[in-house]
Design a protein around this ligand. Sequence first.
Ligand code: FAD
Length: 410
Amino acid sequence: MRVAIIGAGVAGLASARRCLENDFEPIVYERSKGVGGTWVYDERTGIDEFGLPIHTSMYQNLMTNLPKELMDFPDFPYTGLDNVSYLKSCQVQEYIEQFAEHFGLNKHIRFCSLVTSVEKLTNNWEVTVEDLKTKTSKTEYYNAVMVCNGHNALPFTPDIPGNNDFDGIQIHSHSYRIPEHFTNLNVLIIGSGPSGVDICSDVSKIANQVYFSHHKPELIEKDFPKNVIHKPDVEHFSKKSVSFKDKTEQTLDAIIYCTGYKITLPFLKPSCGINVLNDKLITPLYKNIINMNNPTMGFIGYLNLTFVFRIFDLQVRYYLEFLRKNSSSRLDCMIKTMTPVSTHFLGENMLNYCKSLLLDKIKVEPIPPVYFEIYNGCHKLKDKYYRSYHSSVVRIIDNDDYVMEFDAEN
Ligand code: FAD
């Protein structure tokens, strides 16, 4: 089976590896020059050398929010990092490059290749790709398509009254790179997802005052730096200031919107049978993976609130087994019994989601319980020690057990 894989980030590489192990024939199309996707740090923002929007959202000082023990692919541990668990983004990027090298994936990847169109034909898929270096297009045909283009690249910025009148700096976290651009400024951070909390800490090291607008009361209790002031939602902006819903007003130099991303699948033509609802939900997807209108198209990596490397890998193994076991007539039959998912957020449903993949008469090896234990343990530690949890070290004992070393005093 010839499989087109769109994207060479974590999801695309996990897909290529398992395709090769299971006698599928993968070709990976990657628009950039290398593997890693969002883990590739690029000091540029805006557009790249090919005139395309920069894909990565990585910033220079990012430390992972999960330990490396939850950021590895099965059978390929990190090496030489025994006494640290939380890593800099460049260490993750290096690991991803080693993974691609180790499993011989690079020769199956066409770099600088932008997928511009995917059409469903009666018996196969037509994939059109632009070679960004030569500016020429080519069409190829596949039995299956795995969509792995990531969902942290197209910023969502809310429309807040007056934001067009504000004459200071306004950026989205997608374009945040280094705190130095905000030296001695009064900065407003909007949004308290992982990027909001993290960028708030990063900027506060160098900014004058940081106003952190969010609606999570539990964050107010936390030990944020002294120049961070928690604020409710913004009511409106004017030329040089912001008014909040608590009726206070502050002068401002810069706004950083940490307000998340929109899902974008511009290359999928209507014949694929996929819609994106409100920029948030790909539908109809079974188990967040299978295109229910055309099951030989799978989506890998469209999950939030989870540990991605191993769970993407589980999605891939599930999907390839599904393709292997089901002839096209059986696929049509199976679809009738499927119901589509209504969210890509897993959170506390993560374990149930993974178990549900194993219940489908599709035999794939489960993720050992210890990884779910570590995930829960790390979240508890992070909630309590949000400024120092990065110094903790996780040691896996066996498939059920681990220890966490952490010195609360330091
Ligand atoms: P991506 O990494 O986005 O890769 C998609 C690839 O597809 C890219 O290489 C892109 O160039 C390519 N592509 C897109 N469109 C096309 C096209 N039309 N044609 C060809 N190629 C195309 N996860 C963690 O586990 N721990 C963390 O600490 C963590 N921190 C994060 C911090 C930030 C700032 C962000 C944004 C995410 C973080 N994540 C973290 C989540 C991260 O997104 C995942 O770890 C993972 O890298 C997602 O991989 P992906 O392959 O789905 O997408």
